[in-house]
Ligand binder design. Structure first.
Ligand code: SPV
Ligand code: MG
Length: 435
């Protein structure tokens, strides 16, 4: 008798499976009918590039998927695009739900079909089961971003992503802009990863100077409107943290609300904003005293995911690079989870020089920058120099201030609102935003 050695066909299924449901099992079951199923499990980074970072990280999701009986093997899919994994495996089939024919995945699908053609592979599409209440599951998951879940997201994003892009938010509306702004560019989604709760922006909304006139309690209760309406992690500008005796309550308040990080700056006494030209009345804290504040903050924090970030003002106060580097070392050793090197130079040279030296040190921690004055520098330059978190610290409040001013003047000038109508958001648009 003739033995026919038939090689089993290879079937590729791309999945992210944060919440596993019967729809996934159905796809895998059907796929296994075509041959050996290789799951391309989307990495945390690939998922975070177009939606919230998954609740379960890659390693945990992998354990789940590789133990499903229909699955032969799990490999990472590092991009939204299937192409590089398909080229690698050259599967005979790709199996997917038919729900990707429309919407954001349409282009991904087209590329899969094109790639499979090269070796006559086929796309098998399974009818999408409308009775799986996925949207409501995801809604609970996303909107019900409980404090623990939200707080832990920043650290997870830091390990999953090349860099973290942060934009200032000062109320629910501006936070929704951070949450929802998304552009599609060269096969990738560009989004913001987190929000900056800025002392400057919070002060501006209240018409008060940025000198701690708006106290922490007021600012933290103001956060509740952001917490109720969004899911992205929050980094809180805690000025100099206040007096050492007050730090423990501040940390407790922030972490129990689900804030992921607080940044404290090494200035003391009467506070003025770092971007004021005249810093004559500003004094820097001693290394010893400030390191102690970092130690207190770390010691009282309940959770392992709450980050204390130390902000160095040496370059703002013309104390020089050596002083800045020296402080960075002490602050890291005191337990800071990251270092923000601030600058009010028009050029990024000094922060880049700092980053180049600091990144080489054995005690180095992730680096943060606030490119307000050196706004010509592109993100890619900062990332290449070693920065991990980039904070756009005040741009939404400045944008809305200017837009309101122009609108008010237009009404004064034209004695009606018609001229301004085409420049501002349509009433229908703002209504749907809060539906
Ligand atoms: C803020 O946004 O309040 C900051 C950054 O602290 S800066 O305004 O540059 O001091
Ligand atoms: Mg501030």
């Amino acid at each position: 008798t003739k033995i026919i050695m038939k090689l089993k066909k290879k079937v590729y299924v791309g999945l992210s499976v944060d919440i596993i449901h019967e729809g996934h099992i159905n796809i895998l079951k059907v796929a296994s009918g075509y041959g050996d199923v290789i799951v391309g499990l989307l990495t945390d980074e690939a998922i975070a590039s177009y939606k919230n970072i998954p609740y379960l990280d890659y390693a945990r999701r992998k354990i789940i998927v590789q133990n499903i009986k229909y699955v032969k093997k799990v490999i990472p899919q590092k991009t939204l695009s299937y192409v590089s994994n398909l080229e690698l495996i050259r599967p005979d089939y790709v199996v997917h739900g038919d729900d990707w024919r429309e919407g954001i995945q349409k282009k991904t699908r087209a590329k899969v079909i094109k790639t499979l053609k090269k070796w006559s592979g086929k796309l098998v599409e399974i009818k999408y089961k409308k009775d799986i209440p996925l949207n409501s599951i995801y809604k609970i998951f996303e909107k019900g971003s409980l404090p623990d879940v939200r707080r832990s997201k920043l650290k997870r994003l830091i390990s999953a992503k090349k860099f973290i892009r942060v934009l200032e938010a000062h109320d629910a509306l501006s936070a929704l802009i951070v949450e929802n702004s998304k552009i599609y560019e060269k096969g990738n989604y560009e989004t913001f990863d987190a929000m900056w709760s800025s002392s400057l922006a919070d002060s501006l909304t209240k018409g008060k100077p940025d000198n701690q006139s708006v106290d922490f309690s007021t600012r933290i209760s103001g956060l509740s409107q952001i917490l109720e309406t969004t899911t992205k992690p929050i980094i809180f500008d805690a000025d100099n943290g206040g007096r050492s005796e007050h730090i423990s309550n501040l940390v407790r308040s922030l972490e129990s609300n689900g804030v992921s990080a607080m940044i404290i700056e090494d200035k003391k006494g009467a506070k003025i904003n770092s971007l004021f030209n005249n810093q004559a009345s500003s004094t820097q804290d001693s290394i010893k005293n400030f390191s102690n504040k970092i130690k207190i903050a770390k010691a009282v924090s309940f959770s392992s995911d709450f980050m204390v970030i130390a902000r160095i003002e040496s370059l703002i106060l013309n104390k020089g690079m050596k002083d800045a580097l020296n402080r960075a070392k002490s602050y890291c050793k005191a337990g800071a989870d990251a270092i923000l090197i601030h600058s009010k130079s028009k050029y990024s040279d000094e922060v880049i020089k700092f980053a180049n030296i600091f990144s080489q040190k054995s005690y180095a921690k992730p680096l943060v920058c606030v490119p307000s004055t050196y706004s010509k520098t592109y993100e890619k330059t900062l990332i290449k120099s070693g920065f991990k978190i980039i904070i756009y610290a005040n741009h939404q409040i400045r944008a809305s201030y200017r837009a309101m001013q122009i609108t008010a003047k237009s009404i004064l000038k034209n004695k009606r609102s018609y001229e301004t109508e085409k420049k501002i958001a349509k009433i229908q648009e703002v209504l749907t935003l809060i539906e």
